[in-house]
Design a protein around this ligand. Sequence first.
Ligand code: AMP
Length: 538
Amino acid sequence: MSPAPAREKPIVGIDLGTTNTCVAHVRNRIPRVVPTDKGSLILPSVVALSERGGFLVGGAAKDQLLVNPRKTIYGAKRLIGRKFNSKVVQELRSYYSYEIVEGPQGEAAVTLGGQIYSLPQVSGMVLGQVKKVAEAFLARPLGQAVISVPAYYNDNQRNAVKEAGRLAGFEVKRIVNEPTAAALAYGFNRGLDQKILVYDLGGGTFDVSVLQLSGNVFEVLATGGDTFLGGVDFDNRIIDWVLEDFWRANKVDLAGSPIAMQRIKNGAEAAKIDLTLIPNVLIELPYVEEKRGKPLDVRVALSRAQLDALTADLVERTFEICDRVLGEKNLGPGDIDEVILVGGQSRMPLVQERIREHFGKPPRKGVHPDECVALGAALLGDSLDEIDSVTLVDVLSMPIGIATHGNHFRRILDKNQPIPSVKSFRLPPPREPGQSIEIDIFQGDSDLIVDDEFLGSLRFPAGATGRRIDFRLDEECLLRVSFEEPGQGMRQVNFATRDTPDALRRALEQDHRLREREEAARPGERRGLFGWFRRSER
Ligand code: AMP
């Protein structure tokens, strides 16, 4: 008897990460990570322009970061789908060494060699490289993909990632939330009945989701996180500490030297990663600076215990967030059957130790923190359109609503709303009598629109007051809006514009001035390349 033909579909699962990207594929119902052409299982999410003017993607791009920081784009995941004048982008502009500019529709964009590129173009290059690598490895064309995104990604960000996939030549069959994909990799076809918590501490963000697993039904109960808590914050603590040590020894401030700072950043991250395996490391960086013609070196010993002391409060913050998310469903740490780890920073021994203490059990071994999201996305891709497929019941991680008077935010779809779902409301009267009705849509946790993300504006004729509007969330957590046409039922409407509304522009300017005044009133602190360095302690 001849063996059964291999069962595989032309679809891959992609974890498009802040730091690295991972791609997986399913064959005979078994998901596997696809190695890159260099044999590694992950591809750095970095795009660069070489000195010769050619594009570099992945490891080759990352390698030139040190010598060509202005032309090397990393961390695109934190910028994609965001407005240029949003608080997050303005904050990141002072962190990143490349230029971030305003794109044609007010979105954040980047420049490379004097030309403007959109973030979907940048991430599209990473995805394009992934496609090439996977097609070469599997020796066949792969036209479809399931791409994962953080659960807290808003509508703009999800759409931008879909666009990046399209630009790379993929038909993006589904956008899936990363923790849901991780849960799938853990529980698929295992017939489990458990409550699990996905603890995702990555390079830049912390994400937590609580799920109920019942066979192949994966139901998200609650989700939350902090978009400014991740591995870089741990690195920054080491960087601060090295700078202070160097200042004490040499009375030289290295924070003003971008090349020295980049070397210290690399050294700090490498030391942190080594301390996961060994108890002591030496950070040694020869010739980082000169003083009166003499070379100065960085040479400091760092122990795991010291690293733990420097970062304990960051680890504790993750548990405050876990408890808050659990509390939203009246659950506590004791209700969780398994903790699944995702993200490189979750490998830190202190994190694992504190998880054991906090949840009363060690985190689940056997689910690879770097690979499980891509594996889960691939499993989802493989099961789409299958009769015995998985059922995902996901939730909205951040409310969606509309601006009201005084720049306030009225929630229409609330946090933890299961998807797909629909909520209706009635059109308010126009701001001025006789004018068209303008509805500005936002997404975020704050009651003030300046702190939320602007999605777009809808426009209706003045006489439409009181008619029904539906906000519908599809299974990818994307917003679809429909509007009641008399005698015709509900009709889908698109945004009239995505340009920042005047009211928001004014509110942001006011907020910016306020922050500048606050910063001016704190002369003891200064913004460094990678965060706050406390001058007062030197
Ligand atoms: P991710 O975004 O999931 O790729 O996570 C990347 C982050 O994990 C970076 O901040 C890395 O420095 C960190 N990381 C990777 N491996 C380790 C390790 N073995 N121990 C501690 N942190 C790590």
